[in-house]
Design a protein. Structure first.
Length: 524
C-alpha cells in the first residue's frame, strides 16, 4: 500500500517566565501539549512541538534585581528547571526555545522591521498603567479596586503608572480584521472565550506601546538602540523563531501557520488580538487555532500561590505517584478548557480505581493466566458472539471514539470512553470466568484469554499519548513491535495471527500500574 505523505502539524505551548521554578500549572500545559503531539504522531502526522522560556521583560529584570543578580543569570538557572521538568515528565519537544538565544533576537527584529515597513510603527510617549506581573498595559477603565483603594489589573495584580518614550503599533488599524477572525468558528476555543475578546475589540482598540526605554533587558529595537521591545512582541515571535524565520526554511514552509497555540486562559488576549495583528502587519499567515485551557487549582479550588503555601512541585508529584499516573490524572480529571483542582487524595483514588484496579489488573490477570495455564503460548481460536461483541466494543472506543474526542481536545471524554471499554473487559472476564473454564472447557478458556489479549493490544495502542511509558511496557509484554504501534495498526486485524506464527510466548507479567499509597508528607 502506497503511504500518503504525512501532513505536518505544528503545536506550541506558551513559553513560561523563568522567574521562579515551574509549578504544576506549567506541567499541566506541557503535558497536554505533549499528549496532543504524541497523538498526532500516532495518527501519522509529521509533528513539530515547541515549548520554552520567555526570559525578557521587566518581571525578570525586577526579580533578578531583588536577588542582586543579572537577569541572564536568573534566566539561565530557572530555565534549566523548566527544561528538566519537560524531560522528567516525558514531554518530547522538538525545540525548547529560550528567548535570549541569538536566532530569536534575529527573528524578533525581522518581524519588527516588517511591521515598520508596513507603516504600522510610530514613535510617541506612553502614559498609562502597566502590570509587571502580567507584563500588560491596561486602560483605566479595565482596572479594579483592591484593598485600601489600590488599583489592580483585571487579574488582581498591581499596576504602575508609566510614562516613557515608546514605539507604538497601529493596533486600531486591524480592528475589523480581528473581529472577523475572532468570529471565525474554530479559531479561538473553547468558543466561550471568544465573547470576551470580541467585546474587548468592539469597545475600540487603542494603539499598543511596543517598546520600553526605562530598562534594557530585552531585544533591541532595530535602529533605536535605547529601546527594547515590549516583552510580548518578542515572546510571541518565538513561534516563528523555532522554524527558522525570517529565512525561507523548509520548516517555515512545512509548519507555518501553526496548527495550534496551546495556552492558558489568562493570556488569550495576547494570542488572539496582539499576535494576529502583528502577523497581519508583517503579512504572515495566521495560526489556525488558539486554545485557552483552564487553570489547575489547589485543593478546594484555591489559586496556587507561594503565600498560601499550596504550590505543587511537578517533579515531587511525579516522584510520588509516577509520571504516567500524573499525566493520566491531569487529562482525565479536568475537563479540558475548564478549571480543575488537584489534591493528592484525588490522584491516588483516580489512579487506583482506573489504572491499578481496572486497566492494570485486567492486563495482569489476562497475561498471568496465559503464562500459567497455557505456558504462554498463543494459538488461533474461534470466537463466539460474546467475544466478538467485546472486541467490537473495544475497537470502537480505541479506533473511533478516543481519536475523535482527542482530535477535538476533549481528553477527559476520550479517556472515559476508553475506560468504559476497560470496564467492559473486566465485566467480560467475570462473566466468562476463565478460571472455572480451566476445569470444564479449556478450549473456551483459551478463546476468552486470547480475546482479552487482543482487546489489551487495542487498549494499549490507543492510550499511548497519555501514558507513554506504561503503554510501551504493556505493548512489549504483548509482543507488539515498535513498528506496529501507530493508530493505523488498530485496523490491522491480522496481527494476532502473525504473532502466533512468530511463536511469541507470553511471559509471567510484571504489573504495569501498582496501587498507589498516599505519601505521608502530603497527607491531610
Ligand atoms: N510568558 C508568558 C507566555 C508567553 S507565550 C508567547 C506567560 N508565562 S507564565 O509562566 O506565566 O505562564 C505560562 C503558561 O502557563 C501560560 O499558558 C499560563 O496560562 C499557564 N499557567 C500558569 N499557571 C497556571 C495554572 N495554575 N494552571 C494552568 N495553567 C497555568 O504567561
Amino acid at each position: 500500500m502506497a503511504e500518503s505523505k504525512p501532513t505536518p502539524y505544528y503545536i506550541t505551548t506558551a513559553i513560561s517566565y523563568p522567574n521562579g521554578r515551574p509549578h504544576i500549572g506549567h506541567a499541566y500545559e506541557a503535558i497536554a501539549a505533549d499528549v496532543i503531539a504524541r497523538f498526532q504522531r500516532l495518527r501519522g502526522r509529521k509533528v513539530r512541538f515547541q515549548t520554552g522560556t520567555d526570559e525578557h521583560g521587566l518581571k525578570m529584570a525586577r526579580k533578578a534585581h531583588e536577588q542582586s543578580r543579572t537577569p541572564r543569570d536568573l534566566a539561565d538557572e530557572m530555565s534549566n528547571y523548566f527544561l528538566a521538568m519537560c524531560d522528567a515528565l516525558n514531554v518530547k519537544y522538538d525545540r525548547f526555545i529560550r528567548t535570549v538565544e541569538e536566532d530569536h533576537h534575529r527573528a524578533s527584529q525581522a518581524i519588527w522591521e516588517r511591521m515598520q515597513a508596513a507603516g504600522d510603527l510610530y514613535l510617541d510617549r506612553y502614559e498609562g498603567w502597566y502590570s509587571i506581573r502580567d507584563e500588560a498595559y491596561y486602560d483605566e477603565s479595565e482596572l479594579i479596586e483592591g484593598e485600601g483603594g489600590a488599583k489592580l489589573s483585571p487579574h488582581q495584580t498591581p499596576v504602575e503608572w508609566t510614562v516613557e518614550e515608546s514605539w507604538f503599533f497601529r493596533l486600531s488599524k486591524y480592528q475589523d480584521r480581528l473581529l472577523d477572525l475572532l468570529k471565525t468558528p474554530g479559531f479561538l476555543e473553547p468558543a466561550s472565550r471568544a465573547n470576551e475578546m470580541i467585546a474587548f475589540v468592539e469597545q475600540g482598540l487603542r494603539d499598543l506601546s511596543v517598546s520600553r526605554t526605562s530598562f534594557d533587558w530585552g531585544v533591541k529595537v532595530p535602529g533605536s538602540d535605547n529601546h527594547v521591545m515590549y516583552v510580548w512582541v518578542d515572546a510571541l515571535t518565538n513561534y516563528l523563531t523555532g522554524l527558522g524565520f525570517p529565512a525561507d526554511t523548509e520548516d517555515m514552509r512545512n509548519f507555518w501557520p501553526a496548527d495550534l497555540h496551546l495556552i492558558g486562559k489568562d493570556i488569550v488576549r495576547f494570542h488572539t488580538i496582539y499576535w494576529p495583528a502583528f502577523l497581519m502587519s508583517a503579512d504572515l499567515p495566521l495560526p489556525k487555532k488558539v486554545y485557552g485551557h483552564g487553570f489547575l487549582l489547589a485543593r478546594g479550588g484555591e489559586k496556587m500561590s507561594k503565600s498560601a503555601g499550596n504550590v505543587v512541585d511537578p517533579l515531587a508529584m511525579a516522584e510520588a505517584f509516577g509520571v504516567d499516573a500524573m499525566r493520566y490524572f491531569l487529562l482525565r480529571e479536568v475537563a479540558f478548557g475548564q478549571d480543575g483542582s488537584y489534591s493528592p487524595e484525588a490522584i491516588v483514588s483516580r489512579a487506583n480505581a482506573e489504572l491499578a484496579n481496572s486497566f492494570g489488573n485486567l492486563a495482569q490477570r489476562t497475561l498471568s493466566m496465559i503464562a500459567k495455564n497455557m505456558d504462554g503460548e498463543l494459538e488461533a481460536f474461534e470466537t463466539n458472539e460474546a467475544d466478538d461483541a467485546l472486541l467490537s466494543n473495544v475497537a470502537d472506543a480505541c479506533r473511533n471514539v478516543l481519536p475523535t474526542e482527542f482530535e477535538n481536545l476533549a481528553f477527559s471524554t476520550g479517556i472515559e470512553a476508553w475506560m468504559r471499554a476497560v470496564y467492559a473487559c473486566n465485566q467480560y472476564i467475570d462473566e466468562q470466568a476463565p478460571w472455572t473454564l480451566k476445569k470444564t472447557n479449556s478450549e473456551r478458556m483459551k478463546a476468552v484469554l486470547y480475546t482479552l489479549f487482543m482487546a489489551l493490544r487495542d487498549l494499549a495502542i490507543a492510550i499511548q499519548p497519555v501514558v507513554p511509558e506504561k503503554s510501551a511496557d504493556l505493548l512489549n509484554q504483548l509482543g507488539v513491535s515498535q513498528s506496529e504501534r501507530a493508530y493505523s495498526h488498530l485496523l490491522d486485524t491480522q496481527w494476532y495471527l502473525r504473532l502466533v506464527d512468530t511463536g511469541f510466548t507470553v511471559s509471567k507479567p510484571t504489573p504495569i500500574f501498582p496501587r498507589l499509597e498516599l505519601p505521608e508528607e502530603v497527607e491531610g
